[in-house]
Design a protein around this ligand. Structure first.
Ligand code: SF4
Length: 378
Protein backbone atom coordinates (compact mmCIF):
# COMPACT_ATOMS: atom_id res chain seq x y z
CA UNK A 1 0.00 0.00 0.00
CA UNK A 2 1.35 3.43 -0.87
CA UNK A 3 2.14 5.68 2.10
CA UNK A 4 2.21 9.47 2.04
CA UNK A 5 6.02 9.51 1.84
CA UNK A 6 6.22 7.63 -1.43
CA UNK A 7 7.36 9.93 -4.24
CA UNK A 8 5.33 9.34 -7.35
CA UNK A 9 7.86 9.54 -10.13
CA UNK A 10 5.50 8.98 -13.01
CA UNK A 11 5.29 11.09 -16.17
CA UNK A 12 2.39 13.14 -14.80
CA UNK A 13 4.41 14.12 -11.75
CA UNK A 14 7.44 15.01 -13.86
CA UNK A 15 5.25 17.26 -16.01
CA UNK A 16 3.81 18.94 -12.88
CA UNK A 17 7.26 19.42 -11.34
CA UNK A 18 8.53 20.94 -14.60
CA UNK A 19 5.61 23.36 -14.75
CA UNK A 20 6.10 24.34 -11.08
CA UNK A 21 9.79 25.01 -11.73
CA UNK A 22 8.98 27.02 -14.88
CA UNK A 23 6.38 29.13 -13.04
CA UNK A 24 8.75 29.73 -10.13
CA UNK A 25 11.40 30.90 -12.57
CA UNK A 26 8.93 33.16 -14.33
CA UNK A 27 7.57 34.65 -11.10
CA UNK A 28 11.10 35.08 -9.75
CA UNK A 29 11.46 37.29 -6.66
CA UNK A 30 7.70 37.82 -6.51
CA UNK A 31 7.14 34.50 -4.76
CA UNK A 32 8.68 32.44 -2.02
CA UNK A 33 7.65 28.91 -1.14
CA UNK A 34 8.50 27.67 2.36
CA UNK A 35 7.70 24.07 3.36
CA UNK A 36 7.35 22.45 6.76
CA UNK A 37 9.51 19.39 7.55
CA UNK A 38 6.43 17.12 7.54
CA UNK A 39 5.60 17.88 3.92
CA UNK A 40 5.85 15.17 1.29
CA UNK A 41 9.37 14.86 -0.19
CA UNK A 42 8.22 15.94 -3.65
CA UNK A 43 6.71 19.13 -2.16
CA UNK A 44 9.88 19.79 -0.12
CA UNK A 45 11.89 19.28 -3.33
CA UNK A 46 10.09 22.10 -5.17
CA UNK A 47 10.05 24.46 -2.15
CA UNK A 48 12.57 27.26 -1.46
CA UNK A 49 13.39 26.25 2.09
CA UNK A 50 12.29 23.74 4.68
CA UNK A 51 12.10 24.09 8.43
CA UNK A 52 10.09 23.71 11.61
CA UNK A 53 7.47 26.26 12.58
CA UNK A 54 9.94 28.59 14.34
CA UNK A 55 12.34 28.70 11.39
CA UNK A 56 9.48 29.16 8.93
CA UNK A 57 7.86 32.01 10.86
CA UNK A 58 11.17 33.82 11.29
CA UNK A 59 12.39 33.39 7.72
CA UNK A 60 8.91 33.95 6.30
CA UNK A 61 8.76 37.29 8.13
CA UNK A 62 12.12 38.28 6.68
CA UNK A 63 11.11 37.44 3.09
CA UNK A 64 10.33 40.34 0.82
CA UNK A 65 8.39 38.41 -1.84
CA UNK A 66 4.92 39.67 -2.75
CA UNK A 67 3.42 36.15 -2.52
CA UNK A 68 4.26 33.52 0.10
CA UNK A 69 3.00 30.09 -1.02
CA UNK A 70 3.03 28.26 2.28
CA UNK A 71 3.36 24.46 2.13
CA UNK A 72 2.15 23.45 5.57
CA UNK A 73 -1.02 23.42 7.64
CA UNK A 74 -3.31 26.40 8.17
CA UNK A 75 -2.05 27.63 11.55
CA UNK A 76 1.45 27.92 10.05
CA UNK A 77 0.24 29.83 7.00
CA UNK A 78 -1.80 32.04 9.34
CA UNK A 79 1.35 32.81 11.34
CA UNK A 80 3.07 33.84 8.12
CA UNK A 81 0.06 36.06 7.29
CA UNK A 82 0.17 37.62 10.77
CA UNK A 83 3.85 38.51 10.35
CA UNK A 84 3.55 39.47 6.67
CA UNK A 85 4.49 43.01 5.65
CA UNK A 86 1.86 45.28 4.07
CA UNK A 87 1.42 44.28 0.44
CA UNK A 88 2.45 40.64 1.02
CA UNK A 89 -0.13 37.91 0.40
CA UNK A 90 0.06 34.43 1.90
CA UNK A 91 -1.46 31.52 -0.01
CA UNK A 92 -2.03 27.95 1.16
CA UNK A 93 -2.42 25.34 -1.59
CA UNK A 94 -5.16 23.50 0.35
CA UNK A 95 -7.19 25.61 2.82
CA UNK A 96 -8.63 22.45 4.41
CA UNK A 97 -5.19 21.46 5.80
CA UNK A 98 -5.96 21.99 9.48
CA UNK A 99 -4.59 20.67 12.76
CA UNK A 100 -6.70 18.71 15.25
CA UNK A 101 -4.49 19.91 18.11
CA UNK A 102 -5.00 23.57 17.21
CA UNK A 103 -8.76 22.87 17.17
CA UNK A 104 -8.61 21.70 20.81
CA UNK A 105 -8.69 25.20 22.27
CA UNK A 106 -10.13 28.56 21.27
CA UNK A 107 -9.77 32.07 22.63
CA UNK A 108 -13.08 32.02 24.53
CA UNK A 109 -12.13 28.84 26.42
CA UNK A 110 -8.64 30.16 27.15
CA UNK A 111 -9.96 33.54 28.31
CA UNK A 112 -12.29 31.84 30.81
CA UNK A 113 -9.42 29.70 32.14
CA UNK A 114 -7.08 32.68 32.42
CA UNK A 115 -9.71 34.66 34.37
CA UNK A 116 -10.15 31.71 36.72
CA UNK A 117 -6.37 31.26 37.17
CA UNK A 118 -5.81 35.00 37.76
CA UNK A 119 -8.43 34.91 40.54
CA UNK A 120 -6.99 31.70 41.99
CA UNK A 121 -3.35 32.78 42.06
CA UNK A 122 -3.96 36.49 42.70
CA UNK A 123 -1.65 37.31 39.78
CA UNK A 124 -1.86 37.95 36.04
CA UNK A 125 -1.09 34.48 34.70
CA UNK A 126 0.92 34.66 31.46
CA UNK A 127 -0.38 32.63 28.52
CA UNK A 128 2.37 30.74 26.71
CA UNK A 129 0.78 29.40 23.56
CA UNK A 130 2.22 26.77 21.26
CA UNK A 131 2.56 27.82 17.64
CA UNK A 132 0.09 25.03 16.85
CA UNK A 133 -2.93 27.26 17.54
CA UNK A 134 -5.14 29.56 15.51
CA UNK A 135 -4.97 33.35 15.21
CA UNK A 136 -7.65 34.00 17.86
CA UNK A 137 -5.55 32.15 20.46
CA UNK A 138 -2.41 33.99 19.39
CA UNK A 139 -4.23 37.32 19.66
CA UNK A 140 -5.52 36.52 23.15
CA UNK A 141 -1.97 35.58 24.11
CA UNK A 142 -0.67 38.94 22.89
CA UNK A 143 -3.43 40.86 24.69
CA UNK A 144 -2.79 39.11 28.01
CA UNK A 145 0.96 39.73 28.00
CA UNK A 146 2.05 36.29 26.81
CA UNK A 147 4.06 34.89 23.92
CA UNK A 148 3.97 32.12 21.34
CA UNK A 149 6.48 29.27 21.52
CA UNK A 150 7.53 26.32 19.43
CA UNK A 151 8.94 22.97 20.52
CA UNK A 152 12.46 24.30 19.88
CA UNK A 153 12.13 27.29 22.23
CA UNK A 154 9.36 26.40 24.73
CA UNK A 155 11.88 25.88 27.58
CA UNK A 156 13.43 29.30 27.03
CA UNK A 157 10.04 31.04 26.89
CA UNK A 158 8.71 29.21 29.94
CA UNK A 159 11.84 30.12 31.92
CA UNK A 160 11.47 33.72 30.81
CA UNK A 161 8.02 34.05 32.40
CA UNK A 162 8.79 31.98 35.50
CA UNK A 163 11.95 34.03 36.10
CA UNK A 164 9.77 37.15 35.93
CA UNK A 165 7.70 35.63 38.78
CA UNK A 166 4.63 34.89 36.64
CA UNK A 167 2.63 31.66 36.72
CA UNK A 168 2.06 30.35 33.20
CA UNK A 169 -0.91 28.88 31.35
CA UNK A 170 0.49 26.66 28.60
CA UNK A 171 -1.54 25.23 25.72
CA UNK A 172 -2.78 23.53 23.72
CA UNK A 173 -0.32 20.57 23.87
CA UNK A 174 -0.16 18.91 27.27
CA UNK A 175 2.80 16.68 26.39
CA UNK A 176 5.06 19.52 25.26
CA UNK A 177 4.18 21.44 28.44
CA UNK A 178 4.93 18.60 30.85
CA UNK A 179 8.05 17.45 29.00
CA UNK A 180 9.51 20.96 29.08
CA UNK A 181 8.55 21.29 32.76
CA UNK A 182 10.43 18.05 33.45
CA UNK A 183 13.51 19.38 31.61
CA UNK A 184 13.38 22.51 33.76
CA UNK A 185 12.87 20.49 36.96
CA UNK A 186 9.66 22.29 37.97
CA UNK A 187 8.16 20.86 41.16
CA UNK A 188 5.24 18.60 40.12
CA UNK A 189 3.20 19.78 43.09
CA UNK A 190 3.07 23.15 41.37
CA UNK A 191 2.03 21.83 37.94
CA UNK A 192 -1.65 21.33 37.10
CA UNK A 193 -3.35 19.78 34.11
CA UNK A 194 -6.32 21.90 33.02
CA UNK A 195 -9.17 19.67 31.90
CA UNK A 196 -11.54 20.88 29.20
CA UNK A 197 -14.27 21.47 31.81
CA UNK A 198 -11.84 23.74 33.72
CA UNK A 199 -11.04 21.17 36.42
CA UNK A 200 -7.44 21.31 37.69
CA UNK A 201 -5.51 18.11 38.32
CA UNK A 202 -2.16 18.25 40.11
CA UNK A 203 0.72 16.36 38.53
CA UNK A 204 1.94 15.09 41.90
CA UNK A 205 -0.21 12.27 43.17
CA UNK A 206 -1.57 12.79 46.64
CA UNK A 207 -0.03 10.40 49.19
CA UNK A 208 0.28 10.38 52.96
CA UNK A 209 3.40 12.52 52.66
CA UNK A 210 1.98 14.87 50.02
CA UNK A 211 -0.87 17.06 51.21
CA UNK A 212 -3.61 17.98 48.75
CA UNK A 213 -1.79 20.44 46.45
CA UNK A 214 -3.08 23.96 46.42
CA UNK A 215 -3.68 25.39 42.89
CA UNK A 216 -3.23 28.92 44.25
CA UNK A 217 0.47 27.98 44.56
CA UNK A 218 0.56 26.69 40.98
CA UNK A 219 3.41 27.72 38.67
CA UNK A 220 2.37 25.96 35.52
CA UNK A 221 -1.15 25.16 34.27
CA UNK A 222 -1.21 22.99 31.14
CA UNK A 223 -4.17 22.55 28.81
CA UNK A 224 -5.16 18.99 27.99
CA UNK A 225 -4.63 18.97 24.19
CA UNK A 226 -2.61 16.49 22.15
CA UNK A 227 -1.29 15.60 18.72
CA UNK A 228 -2.70 12.31 17.47
CA UNK A 229 0.41 11.72 15.34
CA UNK A 230 2.74 11.73 18.38
CA UNK A 231 0.24 10.17 20.80
CA UNK A 232 0.63 6.82 19.02
CA UNK A 233 4.20 6.33 20.28
CA UNK A 234 4.50 3.92 23.20
CA UNK A 235 7.26 2.76 25.53
CA UNK A 236 6.94 -0.86 24.38
CA UNK A 237 7.76 0.26 20.79
CA UNK A 238 11.05 1.65 22.14
CA UNK A 239 11.71 -1.57 24.04
CA UNK A 240 11.01 -3.61 20.89
CA UNK A 241 13.40 -1.42 18.85
CA UNK A 242 16.12 -1.90 21.46
CA UNK A 243 15.62 -5.64 21.58
CA UNK A 244 16.07 -5.74 17.79
CA UNK A 245 19.23 -3.62 18.02
CA UNK A 246 20.73 -2.70 21.43
CA UNK A 247 22.94 -0.07 19.75
CA UNK A 248 20.04 1.93 18.35
CA UNK A 249 19.57 5.56 19.42
CA UNK A 250 15.96 6.50 20.02
CA UNK A 251 15.04 10.16 19.56
CA UNK A 252 11.48 11.43 19.90
CA UNK A 253 9.52 14.66 19.57
CA UNK A 254 8.33 16.24 22.86
CA UNK A 255 4.69 16.07 21.70
CA UNK A 256 5.05 12.38 22.65
CA UNK A 257 3.84 11.14 26.04
CA UNK A 258 6.01 11.87 29.06
CA UNK A 259 6.84 8.16 29.58
CA UNK A 260 7.94 7.85 25.92
CA UNK A 261 10.22 10.91 26.17
CA UNK A 262 11.73 9.53 29.37
CA UNK A 263 12.29 6.08 27.84
CA UNK A 264 13.98 7.54 24.71
CA UNK A 265 17.70 8.40 24.56
CA UNK A 266 16.88 12.00 23.68
CA UNK A 267 14.11 14.29 22.52
CA UNK A 268 13.97 17.40 20.40
CA UNK A 269 11.99 19.60 18.06
CA UNK A 270 11.76 18.50 14.44
CA UNK A 271 14.65 20.80 13.54
CA UNK A 272 16.57 19.48 16.58
CA UNK A 273 15.95 15.86 15.52
CA UNK A 274 17.11 16.72 12.00
CA UNK A 275 20.35 18.25 13.26
CA UNK A 276 21.05 15.45 15.78
CA UNK A 277 20.58 12.65 13.24
CA UNK A 278 22.51 14.60 10.57
CA UNK A 279 25.41 14.93 13.02
CA UNK A 280 25.38 11.15 13.69
CA UNK A 281 28.19 8.95 12.38
CA UNK A 282 27.95 6.83 9.25
CA UNK A 283 26.79 3.36 10.25
CA UNK A 284 24.82 4.64 13.26
CA UNK A 285 21.25 3.44 13.85
CA UNK A 286 18.34 5.71 14.68
CA UNK A 287 14.74 5.15 15.60
CA UNK A 288 12.81 8.38 15.34
CA UNK A 289 9.51 9.13 17.05
CA UNK A 290 7.92 11.81 14.95
CA UNK A 291 5.91 12.24 11.74
CA UNK A 292 6.92 9.42 9.40
CA UNK A 293 7.14 11.42 6.11
CA UNK A 294 9.89 13.46 7.74
CA UNK A 295 11.68 10.34 9.04
CA UNK A 296 11.67 8.71 5.60
CA UNK A 297 13.00 11.90 3.99
CA UNK A 298 15.78 12.00 6.59
CA UNK A 299 16.58 8.34 5.81
CA UNK A 300 16.76 9.11 2.08
CA UNK A 301 19.08 12.07 2.76
CA UNK A 302 21.47 10.00 4.91
CA UNK A 303 21.64 6.56 3.30
CA UNK A 304 24.90 5.79 5.17
CA UNK A 305 22.98 5.25 8.46
CA UNK A 306 19.88 3.36 9.47
CA UNK A 307 16.97 5.75 10.18
CA UNK A 308 13.52 4.29 10.77
CA UNK A 309 10.32 5.64 12.32
CA UNK A 310 9.37 4.41 15.79
CA UNK A 311 5.98 3.79 14.21
CA UNK A 312 4.54 4.71 10.79
CA UNK A 313 2.53 7.67 12.07
CA UNK A 314 1.49 10.28 9.51
CA UNK A 315 -0.11 13.69 9.62
CA UNK A 316 -2.75 13.51 6.93
CA UNK A 317 -3.42 17.24 7.19
CA UNK A 318 0.17 17.95 6.17
CA UNK A 319 -0.26 15.45 3.33
CA UNK A 320 -3.12 17.53 1.91
CA UNK A 321 -0.51 19.75 0.24
CA UNK A 322 0.31 18.09 -3.07
CA UNK A 323 2.16 18.92 -6.27
CA UNK A 324 -1.25 19.40 -7.91
CA UNK A 325 -2.51 22.05 -5.50
CA UNK A 326 0.91 23.77 -5.33
CA UNK A 327 0.76 24.06 -9.12
CA UNK A 328 -2.80 25.41 -8.93
CA UNK A 329 -1.63 28.11 -6.47
CA UNK A 330 1.23 29.14 -8.74
CA UNK A 331 -0.98 29.18 -11.84
CA UNK A 332 -3.46 31.38 -9.96
CA UNK A 333 -0.70 33.89 -9.14
CA UNK A 334 0.31 34.09 -12.80
CA UNK A 335 -3.30 34.53 -13.91
CA UNK A 336 -3.93 37.11 -11.19
CA UNK A 337 -0.91 39.17 -12.20
CA UNK A 338 -2.20 39.24 -15.76
CA UNK A 339 -5.76 40.05 -14.66
CA UNK A 340 -6.31 41.16 -11.02
CA UNK A 341 -9.92 39.97 -11.20
CA UNK A 342 -8.73 36.34 -11.37
CA UNK A 343 -8.81 34.69 -7.91
CA UNK A 344 -5.74 33.59 -5.96
CA UNK A 345 -5.71 29.98 -4.62
CA UNK A 346 -6.05 30.26 -1.61
CA UNK A 347 -5.56 33.49 0.32
CA UNK A 348 -4.94 33.17 4.07
CA UNK A 349 -6.41 36.24 5.66
CA UNK A 350 -6.48 37.30 9.30
CA UNK A 351 -8.79 39.99 10.67
CA UNK A 352 -6.69 43.18 11.16
CA UNK A 353 -7.70 43.56 14.86
CA UNK A 354 -6.73 39.94 15.55
CA UNK A 355 -3.58 40.32 13.48
CA UNK A 356 -2.13 43.17 15.56
CA UNK A 357 -2.47 41.30 18.89
CA UNK A 358 -1.31 38.00 17.41
CA UNK A 359 1.74 39.72 15.89
CA UNK A 360 2.56 41.06 19.35
CA UNK A 361 2.65 37.50 20.74
CA UNK A 362 4.68 36.13 17.82
CA UNK A 363 7.15 39.00 17.89
CA UNK A 364 7.55 38.59 21.66
CA UNK A 365 8.66 35.01 20.99
CA UNK A 366 11.20 36.15 18.41
CA UNK A 367 12.41 38.98 20.68
CA UNK A 368 12.84 36.70 23.71
CA UNK A 369 14.52 33.92 21.73
CA UNK A 370 16.83 36.28 19.88
CA UNK A 371 17.54 38.25 23.07
CA UNK A 372 16.13 41.48 21.64
CA UNK A 373 15.03 44.23 24.03
CA UNK A 374 11.32 44.00 23.09
CA UNK A 375 11.12 40.60 24.77
CA UNK A 376 11.26 42.19 28.19
CA UNK A 377 8.08 44.19 27.62
CA UNK A 378 5.09 42.18 28.72
S1 SF4 B 1 1.61 16.69 13.24
FE1 SF4 B 1 0.08 16.94 14.90
S2 SF4 B 1 0.38 19.02 15.66
FE2 SF4 B 1 1.40 18.90 13.64
S3 SF4 B 1 -0.14 19.59 12.16
FE3 SF4 B 1 -0.32 17.34 12.28
S4 SF4 B 1 -1.90 17.01 13.84
FE4 SF4 B 1 -1.23 19.12 14.09
Amino acid sequence: MASPHDIQTNDTNSAIINEIQELKKELGQQIIMPAHHYQKPEVVAVSDFVGDSYKLSKEGAAASARFIVFCGVRFMAESAAILAAPGQTVLIPDPVAGCPMADMIDAAQAEAILDKLDALTGQAVAPLTYMNSYADMKALTGRRGGAICTSSNAAKLLNHYLDAGKPVFFGPDFNLGINVANDLGIDRKRIFRVRKDGALECMESVTDSVKTPNPSQGLLFIWDGFCHVHKTFKVDQIQAARSRNPEVQVIVHPESDEAVVQAADSSGSTEGIYKTVAAGTPGSSWVVGTEASFVHRLAAEYPDRSIVPLRESYCFNMARITLDNVLASLRSIKAHLADPLRPLYHIVSVDPAVKADAALALNRMIDIVEGRAGGAKH
